[in-house]
Design a protein around this ligand. Structure first.
Ligand code: GLP
Length: 244
């Protein structure tokens, strides 16, 4: 769907998440949310915080799994996705810290594969993702599944594209400070979610959105894999949809 602006689009996404949380709560179950970082979902999180503060939406029965984290990365670093999530959502709502899962950027290289496997199993043990939020990188990555990622890939360590590191360079004060690797849920992990929402705003995303939505399905643009799923919704503002 195309919305006039990212505010109205983000509210809609937040309302869908709130609906899932409340429906699960009524059944005495926990909602399992797959969350994303970056500028794109920030307004969704702001709206969820508002729903928590003003409309009593509780996160007590919510389990979250974030898509990705830089590797290596200390959780208390300014650029970590742990810091991002705490600042933009978790510290403003009543979520239990034990229910928050973000890939661990501090692991030694001989521990990281076991961690990735355990992350995958933890999602399954929680009942699977009820919903997965996605942004899109200009390489067509979802999470940090860069070009070349296989459609059945699982959580793993990946090497970041040069363009992705350039796009992140401002936050790190230069591309040379951007980690060369990341831990990310795989395309296969994302596909198992019962609902997937890919959001994109502004004209900087128009070109990659055109390729993702209308282009040939190919590992060269991992977001094109989403064309194969019946559970995906693209939520765009007019600028991001302008080349469709
Ligand atoms: C990073 C994240 C992605 C995100 C992308 C786009 O690479 N790992 O999950 O979708 O950036 O970021 P932004 O939303 O800031 O444009």
């Amino acid at each position: 769907s195309v919305y006039p602006d990212q505010n109205s689009a983000s509210k809609n996404v937040a309302n869908r998440i709130a609906e899932i949380i409340r429906a699960k709560q009524e059944k005495g179950e926990k909602a399992v949310l797959g969350l994303a970082t970056g500028a794109t979902p920030v307004k969704v999180y702001q709206e969820l915080i508002r729903l928590h503060k003003e409309e009593g939406l509780s996160f007590k029965n919510v389990i979250t799994f974030n898509l990705d984290e830089y590797y290596p990365m200390q959780p208390d670093a300014d650029q970590s996705y742990v810091t991002f999530m705490n600042k933009n959502l978790f510290e403003h709502v009543d979520i239990d810290a034990a229910n928050v899962n973000i890939p661990d950027g501090t692991l030694a290289s001989d521990q990281v594969n076991a961690f990735c496997e355990a992350y995958e199993q933890k999602i399954t043990a929680a009942g699977g993702l009820d919903i997965q939020l996605l942004g899109i990188g200009r390489t067509g990555h979802i999470g940090f599944n860069e070009p070349g990622s296989a459609p059945n890939s699982g959580t793993r360590v990946v090497t970041l594209d040069d363009l992705t590191r350039r796009d992140a360079s401002r936050a790190f004060g230069g591309k040379e400070n951007v980690p060369t690797k990341a831990i990310t849920m795989g395309v296969g992990t994302i596909f198992k979610a019962r609902e997937i929402i890919l959001m994109a705003w502004t004209e900087t995303k128009a070109e990659i959105i055109k390729k993702a939505v209308e282009g040939e399905i190919s590992s060269e643009i991992p977001a094109t894999y989403l064309q194969l799923s019946d559970n995906v919704e693209f939520i765009l503002d007019e600028a991001a949809a302008s080349l469709l």
